[in-house]
Design a protein. Structure first.
Length: 308
């Protein structure tokens, strides 16, 4: 559509209001009622593996959520496999493992999977046919270069644009990406989060940068690899090696954390310790198996290790 100023713009599309993610794999807003059964308030069984979202679930601003340390100690005592999962692309797994260790939760870098790990996996499966241009912070370039890809700032040679949460986002960076996409470069994004919740009101996240690029090019990302995508789900299940039905995903967001569990066939626990208010469950389009007031509700009543 051409406007009175002579500029082209993409036709409008629906806007979804949700709890953190309105897109799955570069497709438009998708709203489906899933998991419509009753929601239990406490687990009634152990699982072979537990996957924990970090922000708002295990910790808030670097402090463990109520009961998190006891619950994680119980999970480890059961012998279950444990992994941590985050859409945040600003830090490597090593940084998150360090933060967990500081809080008293045993973790190694390999226990943490971020959207950058999902990005590398995606690019290995769908490699760019040339250099990659970034709308992203330096860590993304370091990770991709470390995995063997060439980074460029020249839109004429870019075969792919990778979009991520970019606190250095600028018109110049958008222009380069715009030109690359107009010349045929593919678009891949790290995570679908519109904003990252913080104590002071939140920060614009990857979806904001991606929306800018999609708005000016009319193109859509072929994949958004973080939660709740199948790429992130596959990454975590391959890492754990446990049956999805015997794996519990615990997170504080319905569409990303519970959505990922649904994507992967995992059981899901919504931790009411972060971004989601209990009232959001009324009429929610994505429903968890469990709604946990704290992570202590992961411990079944009467479990032999209930009072370690
Ligand atoms: Mg979270």
């Amino acid at each position: 559509m051409r406007t009175s100023t002579g500029c082209w713009h993409a036709p409008p599309r629906p806007v979804a209001v949700c709890d953190g993610a309105s897109r799955i794999d570069g497709e438009g807003p998708r709203v489906t009622v899933v998991g419509a059964g009753a929601i239990a308030r406490r687990a009634d069984r152990r699982y072979a593996a537990y996957v924990f979202d970090l922000d708002g679930t295990v910790h808030v601003d670097g402090q463990p959520t109520p009961g998190a340390l006891t619950a994680l100690a119980w999970v480890h005592a059961t012998g279950a496999r444990v992994a941590f999962l985050t859409n945040n692309p600003l830090q490597p797994g090593t940084a998150y493992a360090l933060m967990l260790e500081r809080m008293g939760i045993p973790a190694t870098p390999s226990d943490v999977i971020t959207s950058l790990d999902a990005l590398v996996r995606y690019l290995r499966a769908h490699p760019p046919d040339g250099p990659v241009l970034l709308v992203a912070e330096p860590l993304v370039g370091e990770v991709l270069q470390g995995a063997g890809w060439t980074i460029t700032t020249d839109p004429n040679e870019a075969a792919m644009v990778v979009v991520s949460w970019d606190r250095g986002f600028s018109y110049e960076r958008l222009l380069a990406a715009f030109r690359a996409v107009r010349r045929g470069a593919r678009i891949v994004a790290t995570n679908p989060d519109p904003f990252c919740p913080t104590a002071d009101g939140g920060l614009p996240d990857c979806a904001a940068m991606l929306a800018a690029l999609e708005a000016c090019t009319g193109a859509r990302a072929e994949a958004v690899v973080g939660k709740p995508s199948v790429h992130m789900a596959t990454a975590i299940l391959d890492h754990l090696g446990t049956p999805p039905a015997d794996t519990l995903m615990v997170g504080d967001r319905l569409l990303t954390d519970v959505g990922l569990a649904r994507t992967a066939g995992m059981a899901s626990g919504l931790a009411l310790t972060g971004a989601t208010d209990p009232t959001a469950l009324e009429g929610a389009t994505v429903r968890p198996d469990l709604a946990l007031t704290s992570l202590l509700d992961l411990i079944p009543a009467g479990d032999p290790l209930e009072h370690p």
